[in-house]
Design a protein around this ligand. Structure first.
Ligand SMILES: [Zn+2]
Length: 205
């Protein structure tokens, strides 16, 4: 389990005596490089919902400064051995929420579209649905909300950088260097065994 303190260290910077005689402790926050240096290399770090901590609208916050340091040291942290480099992977639902520093540092961008068959439990008719569709899913034949999702597949587009991704997304042409289908994704659904990070920065904000 990754804790907030594995990323950010709180250090007592100074103390200030207030008029009523009580002492106020003033802390500063630093990126916890020691923790990451101690980890076995190469290291794969997968960060889901990156925008929850590295918000592009608040780049000067204490948290974001520590995150920037984390990111700029990315290659040193993930490290390498004979088998290759470790990977630092960020997952975001919407690209506009990703911090510009992360966008610039990426050496590959992948865009995933999930496809599945949405089968109605009421009238038993089905149709293909994708993750690009924004409306709430319901049966187009009978209007039922009782749907079974099956036959999951993922279409992946790979880009050399964020600029190429953006041009493609805006419809300027084929800017990806590879397109592929993942058809055995359901095999992996039951194998999720990852460190969960939930509310780890609650103590700092
Ligand atoms: Zn139906």
């Amino acid at each position: 389990m990754i804790k907030g303190t594995d990323i950010i260290k709180r250090i007592l910077h100074s103390t200030k005596e207030k008029r009523d005689g009580t002492v106020e402790e003033i802390y500063k926050y630093e990126f916890n490089l020691d923790f990451w240096n101690k980890q076995k290399k190469p290291l794969n770090i997968i960060w889901d919902e990156i925008h929850l901590v590295a918000n592009s609208r608040d780049s000067q916050s204490k948290l974001n400064k520590c995150m920037s340091r984390f990111l700029s040291l990315g290659r040193r942290i993930t490290g390498s051995d004979d088998s290759g480099y470790g990977h630092f992977i960020f997952i975001a639902q919407a690209s506009r929420t990703i911090d510009v520093n992360i966008r610039d540092l990426c050496n590959e961008v992948r865009y995933h579209i999930m496809y599945w068959i949405s089968e109605c439990k009421n009238c038993h008719r089905g149709r293909w649905v994708t993750s690009e569709i924004k409306e709430i899913e319901s049966c187009i034949y009978c209007g039922s909300w009782k749907l079974l999702r099956k036959n999951f597949m993922v279409k992946v587009f790979k880009f050399h950088d964020f600029i190429n991704y953006q041009k493609w997304y805006e419809g300027w042409g084929k800017f990806y260097f590879e397109k592929l289908w993942i058809t055995d994704i359901e095999k992996y659904f039951s194998h999720y065994n990852t460190h969960q990070i939930e509310g780890i920065f609650d103590d700092f904000v």
